[in-house]
Design a binder for this molecule. Structure first.
Ligand code: ASP
Length: 414
């Protein structure tokens, strides 16, 4: 019998993970079988994420420095930089506009009784974070002792140092060629480890989805149903219509062809809720299945996993308006513009880890005078919403690499 491909195994395991999760709920959340399965699923799922995180920092470090060195050597860096950042800003702007627009149509939260949530809010103390404080903290985190950043897993600081290193390697030219070769070989070794870890992906994804389904608070989900449906619907619209349309217009690639190549990464992002943890797999999909040239993939994907978050940007804007509806405040156009910019900034600043968007959302709420404590209402349902928004974040990165590749095509030497 022929063993199904890894791609098929991942899809099947995601499906079975969800089915088993509902099966366990039917057995009763407190039953012995559910508790034992939950323990096992938690253990396996966490180990899978740990393995991905193990290779994350070496991967970001080597892939960005080697990627930048290769681009710089070909005098393409300006074009790549500009098209990458413009694409990131453009796609996040569309996501936010969709989030704001959906609110105008559906008004989630209006009519919900605030007293229901008052209790949750009064027991929750949100860390105060004004846009100015957030900005300072963000800038402060960019430049760190690289050894501390590597050891502490500070992805953004590692990325910045690797950018510097890549440029320095090129300026040094022949003198530093051994170091560049060393980094290149190290990157190949890390990618080999990614291949090994990928063989465990079906198991890890199944475990994570079992845990996700079993630990959901279904009653609360019902109460916040309209909001959940609006956020999920808008995110899906962005992921299934808007992003593929941009891809098709710019590169001519059909959405089906894209999804076939991207699905391992999308399903992993869905299950792990972490763009960072998914990064090794995203990079592999983009290089192997979607045939993005190494030097572009190695630059755009790690950068995108850190700063390009369409799903998060959309969510930040939707959630702010939801809270405004809940407390009965009608945000005027200027306030919506403030939400637009702070949501984009909050998405850029959010690290690619589960529920990171919740932390940076405090800033968005405070920027227009909404109670930051309101995130207490959203936290219990965040794990569920984080699935789709992380997959959308990762999709945006992959489409970004294809778009950038198209923009630099035609130029010789890349
Ligand atoms: N979990 C998201 C990611 O890793 C970030 C967020 O919480 O929005 O991309």
């Amino acid at each position: 019998m022929k063993f199904p491909s890894l791609n098929t195994q991942i899809l099947l395991s995601a499906f079975f993970g969800i089915v088993i999760g509902f099966g366990l709920i039917a057995c009763g959340k407190e039953s012995a079988i559910t508790q034992t399965s939950l323990y096992t699923a938690n253990l396996v799922g966490t180990l899978f994420i740990d393995l991905l995180k193990m290779v994350l920092i070496p991967l970001v470090f080597t892939s960005i420095s080697v990627g930048v060195a290769n681009l710089q050597a070909h005098k393409q860096i300006h074009r790549v930089w500009i098209s990458t950042l413009s694409f990131f800003a453009f796609s996040m702007a569309i996501a936010i506009v969709l989030g704001l627009g959906a609110n105008q149509i559906f008004h989630p939260g209006q009519g919900l009784h605030l007293e229901m949530f008052q209790n949750a809010m009064s027991h929750f103390e949100a860390k105060q974070q004004t846009p100015a404080a957030f900005f300072t903290e963000f800038l402060h985190g960019l430049f760190m002792n690289p050894f501390a950043a590597l050891a502490q897993g500070e992805v953004l600081a590692v990325l910045i140092f690797a950018l510097f290193l890549g440029v320095a390697l090129v300026i040094g030219g022949e003198r530093y060629k051994n170091i560049l070769i060393l980094l290149q070989e190290f990157l190949e070794i890390v990618m080999q480890m990614v291949r090994w870890i990928m063989t465990l992906a079906p198991l890890g994804i199944m475990a994570l989805l079992i845990k996700l389904v079993v630990t959901q608070d279904l009653a609360l989900l019902g109460t916040l149903g309209t909001f959940v449906a609006v956020v999920m619907g808008t995110t899906l619209f962005h992921a299934v219509i808007a992003l593929p349309l941009i891809l098709f217009i710019v590169t001519g690639m059909s959405p089906l062809r894209f999804w076939r190549g991207a699905r391992e990464a999308l399903v992993t992002a869905f299950a792990t809720s972490s763009s960072s943890a998914t990064l090794p797999i995203t990079l592999r999909c983009v290089e192997h299945n979607l045939h993005v040239r190494k030097e572009i993939a190695q630059f755009v994907i790690p950068l995108g996993a850190t700063i390009n978050m369409d799903g998060t940007a959309l969510y930040e804007a939707s959630a702010a308006l939801f809270v405004a509806n809940l407390v009965g405040i009608d945000l005027n156009l200027t306030q919506q513009l403030i939400v637009f910019f702070t949501a984009m900034f909050a998405a850029i600043g959010a690290p690619g880890i589960p529920s990171a968007g919740m932390v940076t959302m405090v800033m968005v709420l405070q920027s227009v005078g909404l109670p930051a404590e309101a995130i207490a209402i959203l936290l219990p349902i965040d794990r569920l919403l984080d699935t789709l928004r992380t997959a959308t974040n990762v999709e945006g990165d992959m489409i970004g690499s294809l778009v950038v590749q198209k923009f630099v095509k035609g130029e010789k030497n890349v």
